[in-house]
Design a protein. Sequence first.
Length: 118
Amino acid sequence: QVQLVESGGGLVQAGGSLRLSCAASGRTFSNYVGWFRQAPGREREFVAHIRWSGGSTNYAESVKGRFTISRDNAKNTVYLQMNSLKPEDTAVYYCAATSGGTIVYDYWGQGTQVTVSS
């Protein structure tokens, strides 16, 4: 079992930056760790993921060039650096992790609110 705890959300003006953290406890990350977000009235959507082994990354088109996902193996933590934030980035951001060999997210954090004011 993996417990995921997100932190780093908050209120920021458009054009600003935030860094989200996702710390795992219970066991180390394996395979993929992803960030998702859900805005009010909308479905949860993929933001980015990183492969724990090797560090390959993938991003949603809407955040490419602005967000960067990274990992710290020693701290068993994944980060999401968010720059040039826009009001449409406002959402609850969730960290998720897979447990097997496919990209199926079995573990989810509780979420952290990001609000971008115009």
